[in-house]
Design a protein around this ligand. Structure first.
Ligand code: AMP
Length: 407
């Protein structure tokens, strides 16, 4: 089945064609027809499966077909856990809905409120938002969600983890009972189920690859590397594949900054992303990464979820995550939609229990990337003249700047 066979507005079909989206992904195939039929949907699907377009396409179609004369309030509210995700999903609505008359706005805190109010006053159909700023604007009378037709909760599990339960309950008090609700979560727990059943009605349930939460079109490998040697392996890979796009995950802000500094010293351009970076700078960093001005992002788990960069070639787990679920979210940054992606993890002896936990969680053993002793030594000391001195230089630098453990 192709998008051209669907009973959706030609304005959307033509745009999907222009964006190069021809065949629905699994989640789209399973969800779109039910949403078009007006049913509630509760879907367990990870990012990277095409779940955003799975709700964006039918919602746009419905909003475009059924215009209400004289009503300028919000018709679809999409609640998401993070600002980055709000910005990204609003972008998908705008891209796919480019030829339609549907107006979308991504609303979040950390930016001036006045400009946001002006945009809202001009009439918005789809509001994609994090809870905080939305409630500010509702209480100030700038936002009307009393007549909405669609409520979408995306990454609902992360919303619960971040403590947004009360906000979701408050939204439910403001919106009509008669509405269509679309509920998306990457993982399913008792708490998520009970939240889901409190918002949906007779929902169609969809689950994408329940046994194996790791997206199928990603090749996974693990290299056993000593903690202190990781930076040399990273340098080696980044130099070898300098035309590719990488996202590199490390455990802490300090480690992220140190990796960026170490790569700079050896002439590899990277940028840091972590919770200590201001919102406006974060957007600029993501824009540079997306646009190809920078092709290596070194980050903590702040960028593990939601962020969609379709051309991402590699995910590197410089440090293994403490929570196996985060392994799945991190790896979901590559292999987007129908593309293939690669995930490489550096595992130090201390991290072997974390590796076992990940394998148990995903139910799959990760292939070992074999490195011979000679190759290991070559990567460490380099074949270039001065390679060894360079290593000593960094070690000296680290000793001056703090302990090795902080890496
Ligand atoms: P998501 O899971 O919504 O974050 O989407 C992941 C990626 O899949 C995005 O880069 C989309 O552009 C891409 N994508 C979504 N639907 C399709 C499709 N039908 N065919 C190919 N790529 C798609």
């Amino acid at each position: 089945m192709k998008f051209s066979d669907y009973n959706i507005s030609p304005l959307i079909k033509d745009q999907l064609e222009e964006l190069g989206l021809r065949k629905p992904t699994d989640i789209q195939f399973k969800a779109i027809k039910h949403i078009l039929d007006g049913e509630d949907v509760m879907a367990v699907a990870q990012t990277g499966t095409g779940k955003t377009a799975a709700f964006v396409i039918p919602v746009l179609d419905s909003l475009e077909r059924k215009r209400h004369k004289g009503y300028s309030g919000i018709r679809c509210l999409v609640m998401v856990p993070t600002r980055e995700l709000a910005k990204q999903i609003a972008g998908v609505f705008r891209d796919i809905g480019k030829r339609t008359s549907v107006k979308t706005f991504g609303l979040y805190g950390g930016v001036e409120q006045e400009q946001q109010i002006r945009t809202l006053n001009n009439g918005i159909d789809v509001l994609v938002t994090t809870p905080g700023r939305m409630f500010d604007l509702i209480s100030q009378g700038h936002l009307d969600i009393t007549k909405l037709e669609f409520l979408v909760l995306d990454e609902a599990d992360l919303m619960l983890d971040l403590g947004f339960m009360k906000d979701i309950e408050d939204v439910l008090k403001h919106i009509p009972k008669k509405r269509q609700t679309l509920f998306f979560t990457a993982t399913i727990t008792k708490k998520i189920k009970s939240l889901a059943y409190s918002v949906v009605r007779e929902a169609i349930r969809i689950q994408i690859s329940p046994k194996n939460p790791v997206a199928k079109n990603i090749d996974h490998a693990v290299a056993f590397v000593e903690m202190d040697d990781k930076r040399f392996f990273l340098e080696n890979i980044l130099k070898e594949y300098d035309d590719r796009k990488f996202i590199v995950f490390a455990r802490t802000k300090v480690r992220v900054e140190r990796i960026v500094a170490a790569m700079e010293r050896v002439g590899v351009k990277t940028e840091a992303m972590h919770g200590g970076i201001e919102q406006k700078d974060r957007f600029a960093i993501f824009d540079r990464f997306r646009g190809g001005e920078n092709n290596v992002l070194i980050t903590t788990d702040v960028a593990a979820r939601g962020i969609d960069i379709p051309t991402m070639d590699y995910v590197i787990n410089y440090d293994l995550p403490d929570d196996p679920e985060n392994y799945v979210h991190r790896c979901g940054r590559t292999g987007r939609g129908n593309r293939r992606g690669q995930a490489m993890s550096f595992c130090s002896p201390d991290e072997i229990p974390l590796l076992s936990a990940i394998e148990e969680y995903t139910g799959e053993e990760i292939d070992q990337y074999e490195i011979s002793k000679d190759d290991y030594r070559e990567i460490l000391f380099g074949t270039d003249e001065g390679g060894y001195n360079w290593k000593r230089l960094i070690e000296k630098d680290n000793k001056e700047n703090g302990t090795e453990d902080e890496w």
